[in-house]
Structures are given as structure tokens and as C-alpha cells.
Ligand binder design. Structure first.
Ligand code: SF4
Length: 488
């Protein structure tokens, strides 16, 4: 395996990891590799893929997918909407491909992906593209594997948007009940029938208008999600507030992902944290054929200190007014200590971000990305010569704030998943460990945003007063190298 490593020199534990993977795969089918940010997992994945001759490498983040393509010249397959149809001036996802053999961009990308020995793709394409599912490889490598559950969950859950449906001539109302059998009866007996009827009308019309094609795309997608739900073996919940249906677990859906492997599976992440919780989350309940390889951090703890000097903020509902006051006061002190340096403030939710924005409205170094402006504001932060600071709950993953892009970061609150979401409340009831595990992943991922290599350095401030208690009772869920950095 080490002979397939793409670089001349190994970094940190890379050589040791490859030797261990080669040895472990001799008698195990699945390896869970937990290696911290900066340990160079991508070249390891490539060496393993080459060793097994043919492979799929699946990622959840566009940034990571681009890195694989650019650094190793790999063939990638993106979602259909990224390619243009050759027959009409529309994206390929809106095209009627059935029976068409025109050599378009999309067909070429699909054929190249199937012919190539190593193909890089995202989880959505892996689940939706039938030809990929039908051609399993010797090894399936899943990068950022801690995201599999969230990604699959978002792919199968669905919302009923009555206004949008009415604009497509589908008039219905959701029964006023939480009884899943009654809701199923309505979905099957009324909504699906109406969607099918409207789809038939649109198909017969055979229109080229972008509007009609988008309607077909939306309705077919909703139809297939509802059908999936009606035959699903998982337990589902109906979230009344957002009119959405969500499964509690995703075991029956991930099966299809793992069938993309003929032989071996390598699951990689910086934050597996607890292999039992992780494997349970993706439905791999049989642990007999699974090996777990945790790798220590090579980053000096002096470069990534976690300060508790301002850890006295109580943001519980009953103390919110005082809590916000303390939060803003601490943030002000920390910002003053880091004048001339860029940083990031992880807020856990948009309410906290809004409170900070209201308090620091005169502080023009603070940038507040919204879900819509996330990438534009991130670019603004990267390109600005000023000591800008990102303030957001959405910078915890998929963002590389290396070196001077962030010399300090603030974690305002322990990032518990939102209990206003019925799916999360129900899931917590049946599996309390899962809830803590998700919180720890978010905490460690936030911590990892600003320290990206052995020579990088950034200070982390945690403000939530319950942090000391949290890490004490959940020590088994957090890596040793995280504890090493805490300055009590
Ligand atoms: S296969 Fe045909 S219909 Fe489909 S995207 Fe290509 S050219 Fe368009």
C-alpha cells in the first residue's frame, strides 16, 4: 500500500496508518479510520484505492471533492444539474433522458466515471445514480463519514409545501392529526393520485418550457420520496411546524451505499469519536467484521490551546437576558485581545448571531454570513486585508480557516442539536448517546476550523459555563488530544 502513496515523503503517521490498514484488511471487511484534521487522509485514501485497483471515493463536501480532483487528477461524477443537456438549453436534471443516446456532457461524464478505475463522487450521486450502484468496486472509501447519517436523512425526508403544490394545480390540505396511519392514507389516497395525474398531463403536453420542466422535476422528486416513505421499514415522524416527514434512522437507505463495494469498505473521518454510536448511526450493526483505527493528533497542544478564562456564560432560557449580556461582554474583551487578527465566532444558532449583531452594530470587523450569503461572506473574509471575524453557526464544517485566516475562535455555547425538531427529540428518546455524540462531533469540528497544520496556531475560547461539566461526564466521547489542549 505504501508504494501507491502519491507523494515522495510521508507526513506524521501516514506510513504507519497505511501499513495498519493493509494488515487489518487481511481479516476485516470494514475499517473505521479516525484521523484528526491535517493528518493527510486524502493521499491515504488514494493509496488505498490504487492498492485495490478500482474504487469509489465518496465525500459530502464540495471543497473536499475539488481537492481530490485537483490534487490527484481523479475523474469525478457530479449531480446531473451540473451538466447541460445536449438536446435543449437546459440542465441535464430537467431533461428526459429515457431512450436518448446523444453524447452530451452528462452522458460523457457518466461513461468516464464508470470506465475510470478510481471515481470520486458525492453521497447524493452515489445513492441516486443507478448505473453506479450496479457497478460495485473492490473498495468503497467514504470520506467525512460522520456526515453519512445527516446527508442520507436530508435526501429522504420531504416537506409538503401546500402553496407550491397549489401553484401546480394540486389542491389539498394536510389532515389535522399526528396519527401516522391517517397521514399515510392521505398521502397515498389523495396527494399521490393528484401528483400522478398532474405529471401525466405535463408529460403529455411534452412542453419545452423551463417552467413545466421544473414542475416535472419537483413533482417526480416528491412522488418518489413519498413512495419511498410508504414502503419504508423505518419509523418516521411528522413535524407539524414545518410540515415535513423524517425517518428516525436511515439503516435501510445506507444499504445501497455499502452495496457499491464488492469487497472492502474504508470509512474515514476526523470525528468518529465513539465508533459504536457512529456505526449505529449508519446502520452497520454487525461489528464482527469492523476494525476501528484511531490516530493521535500530531499538532502541538501549545498551538491549539482551549482557554476557559471567559467560561462563565449561562444561556439557558431562564437566564437568557443576563446570559446575552455576559456573552457580549466576554466577546468584546476577546476581540480587544485580538486586534489585528482574524477569527471566527461559532454561535450554535442564528438567534445568538443576531444578538451579537445587534450589540456590535458599530463593529465593522464582524461579518455575519446567512445561509444564502455563506460563500460570498467567506470570500470577503478571506480576501479582506482587515482583521475580520466571521460570526455564524454555519462555519463548523467544510471551511478551511488556516494560518492568518483565523488566529482565534470563540465557541459561544455547547452545540446541542436543536430540540425544537421533533425528529431529534424522538431520536434522543430512543438513543440518548446519539444526542451527546452529535453534540461532541459539532464541538470538535468547530474546534478544528482554525488549526489546519502542525505549524498553524489559533486560540479557542469556550464561553458556555456548562462546558467543564459537559466534558467531564462525556469524556468517553471526546478524543484525548482535545483534553490535552484545555487550560483549566
Ligand atoms: S442524455 Fe439526452 S436528454 Fe439526457 S441530458 Fe443528455 S442529451 Fe439531454
Amino acid at each position: 500500500m505504501i508504494n501507491n502513496f502519491p507523494f515522495e515523503k510521508f507526513m506524521g503517521y501516514q506510513k504507519k496508518i497505511l501499513k495498519t490498514i493493509e494488515k487489518t484488511f487481511k481479516d476485516k471487511k470494514i475499517i473505521v479510520l479516525e484521523a484528526p484534521t491535517g493528518s493527510g487522509k486524502s493521499p491515504i485514501a488514494l493509496a488505498v484505492a490504487k492498492y485495490f485497483k478500482n474504487a469509489y471515493i465518496v465525500t459530502s463536501q464540495k471543497l473536499l471533492q475539488d481537492q481530490y480532483v485537483n490534487n490527484f487528477n481523479l475523474v469525478e461524477l457530479k449531480g446531473k444539474s451540473n451538466y447541460m443537456c445536449g438536446m435543449r438549453p437546459i440542465p441535464a436534471n430537467l431533461a428526459k433522458c429515457k431512450g436518448c443516446f446523444y453524447p452530451c456532457q452528462y452522458r460523457k461524464a457518466l461513461n468516464d466515471a464508470i470506465k475510470s478505475d478510481i471515481t470520486i463522487l458525492n453521497y447524493h450521486v452515489a445513492l441516486m445514480q443507478h448505473r453506479i450502484n450496479e457497478e460495485p468496486r473492490n473498495i468503497l472509501i467514504c470520506d467525512e463519514c460522520h456526515n453519512i447519517e445527516d446527508v442520507f436523512m436530508s435526501m429522504v425526508e420531504f416537506k409538503i409545501n401546500l402553496e407550491k403544490l397549489a401553484s401546480m394545480k394540486i389542491k389539498t390540505s394536510i389532515p389535522d392529526t399526528n396519527d401516522m396511519e391517517k397521514l399515510k392514507k392521505w398521502l397515498n389516497g389523495d396527494l399521490l393520485v393528484q401528483i400522478e395525474k398532474e405529471l401525466n398531463i405535463l408529460e403529455e403536453k411534452d412542453s419545452d418550457s423551463q417552467d413545466d420542466l421544473m414542475k416535472i422535476d419537483y413533482l417526480s422528486n416528491l412522488y418518489s420520496k413519498i413512495s419511498n416513505f410508504l414502503i419504508s421499514s423505518e419509523k418516521w415522524v411528522y413535524c407539524d411546524n414545518e410540515k415535513s416527514f423524517k425517518p428516525l434512522k436511515i439503516k435501510s437507505f445506507t444499504k445501497r451505499l455499502f452495496e457499491m463495494s464488492k469487497n472492502k469498505i474504508l470509512l474515514m473521518s476526523a470525528t468518529v469519536l465513539n465508533p459504536d454510536s457512529f456505526l449505529e448511526s449508519i446502520g452497520l450493526n454487525d461489528r464482527s467484521d469492523v476494525a476501528y483505527i484511531p490516530v493521535p493528533s500530531t499538532f502541538p497542544k501549545e498551538n491549539r490551546k482551549i482557554s476557559l478564562a471567559y467560561c462563565n456564560v449561562n444561556l439557558k432560557y431562564t437566564n437568557l437576558k443576563q446570559g446575552i449580556k455576559d456573552l457580549n461582554s466576554n466577546i468584546e474583551k476577546i476581540l480587544n485581545k485580538h486586534i489585528g487578527e482574524k477569527g471566527v465566532i461559532h454561535t450554535t444558532n442564528y438567534n445568538i448571531a443576531k444578538n451579537i449583531q445587534d450589540n456590535f452594530f458599530l463593529e465593522d470587523r464582524l461579518l455575519f454570513p446567512t445561509p444564502k450569503t455563506r460563500f460570498i461572506t467567506l470570500d470577503q473574509h478571506i480576501n479582506s486585508k482587515k482583521d475580520t471575524v466571521l460570526v455564524s453557526p454555519s462555519m463548523t464544517e467544510g471551511v478551511d480557516l488556516k494560518d492568518d485566516l483565523s488566529r482565534f475562535q470563540i465557541i459561544c455555547k455547547i452545540p446541542y442539536p436543536f430540540l425544537g425538531d421533533k425528529q431529534i427529540t424522538e431520536r434522543k428518546k430512543i438513543d440518548p448517546d446519539w444526542y451527546i455524540w452529535k453534540t461532541c462531533i459539532s464541538l470538535v469540528q468547530s474546534y478544528g476550523r482554525s488549526i489546519r497544520s502542525e505549524s498553524d496556531h489559533a486560540k479557542t475560547y469556550i464561553l458556555d459555563e456548562s462546558f467543564k461539566w459537559f466534558v467531564k461526564i462525556n469524556a468517553h466521547m471526546l478524543p484525548k488530544w482535545f483534553f490535552e489542549a484545555i487550560e483549566y
